[in-house]
Design a protein around this ligand. Structure first.
Ligand code: ADP
Ligand code: MG
Length: 258
């Protein structure tokens, strides 16, 4: 089987002044793959994800992307407008705080429609049906389609954000600690939902978390970060069951898993 490479990253580096955000990152991402980025707080996970998703411009490095419609693009040298368009339509960013990814002034259905309109689907009943479909898929009550985000619980807001992003069938989904701000019982249910959806629609995803249970549950491949660099990479089961780097060994030992 020939699996398509959709992202190639070389020497990706970002400094905040003199402070390292992330440094010398290399990896390839293939279609349908779920890549986890793990490491303790301050290790550079969010910085790397933001460089990849276009939210910040890295200080150095290269990101080549292959588009569904064919062709490879050098993402970092695209004109700003083209980058924005890619981010709005082909990529999806799920923020840790759902309020950062939702428009609080419009309804649940409006939020999903807003995203779909970026991929130029303008038919009213299509927008509404797709909204309901995705609310159901993320285990929300589709009858609440006309309610505003703030009338939902935090967990439901996160489900709505996920609906909004996935409804436009993005080529890559980026998630940064998507369940980080939620109660543990709610986290587990949302992770179940994410897992069943990614299996179902074969989404390609990069997910940041400090939680090894989450990576074990969701990811195929891992980057382990410390102090801004990747110290170990490999298939998730291999990295977790047979960690080679001393930091990964520490991370997977019970000591740090509290
Ligand atoms: P993580 O997501 O793994 O917790 P971050 O990517 O947020 O790590 O941070 C990596 C490093 O970059 C840390 O040392 C952090 O203090 C620094 N950093 C992150 N964001 C900023 C910023 N906006 N300005 C300056 N330094 C930052
Ligand atoms: Mg972070």
């Amino acid at each position: 089987m020939n699996i398509k490479k959709i992202m190639h990253v070389e020497n990706l580096t970002h400094f905040y002044g003199n402070q390292i955000g992330c440094k010398g990152i290399n990896f390839d991402l293939y279609k349908g793959e779920i890549l986890g980025i793990v490491g303790e707080s301050g290790s550079g996970k969010s910085t790397l994800l933001k460089c990849l998703s276009g939210e910040i411009s890295p200080s150095a490095g290269k990101i080549n992307i292959s588009l569904d419609q064919g062709g490879v693009k050098d993402f970092l040298s695209l004109p700003e407008q083209e980058k924005r368009q890619l981010m709005r339509s082909m990529w999806g960013i799920v923020h840790q705080n759902p309020r950062d990814g939702l428009n609080l002034r419009i309804s649940a259905g409006g939020n999903i429609a807003e995203r779909l309109l970026n991929v130029s689907e303008k038919n009213y009943s299509f927008l509404r049906n797709t909204g309901k479909y995705w609310m159901k898929k993320t285990e929300m009550d589709p009858d609440r389609i006309d309610e505003f985000p703030l009338s939902f619980s935090g967990g439901m807001q996160q489900r709505l954000q996920i609906s909004k992003i996935l409804s436009s069938n993005p080529q890559i989904v980026f998630m940064d600690e998507p369940t980080g701000g939620l109660d543990v019982s709610v986290q587990a249910k949302i992770l179940d939902t994410i897992k069943s959806i990614v299996r179902d629609i074969n989404v390609t995803m990069i997910i940041v978390t400090h939680d090894l249970a989450v990576v074990r549950f969701l990811t195929d491949k891992l980057l382990v970060m410390k102090d801004g660099i990747v110290v170990e990479t490999g298939l998730t089961d291999r990295v977790l069951d047979d960690p080679q780097h001393s930091y990964t060994q520490l991370l997977t030992s019970s000591i740090l898993q509290v």
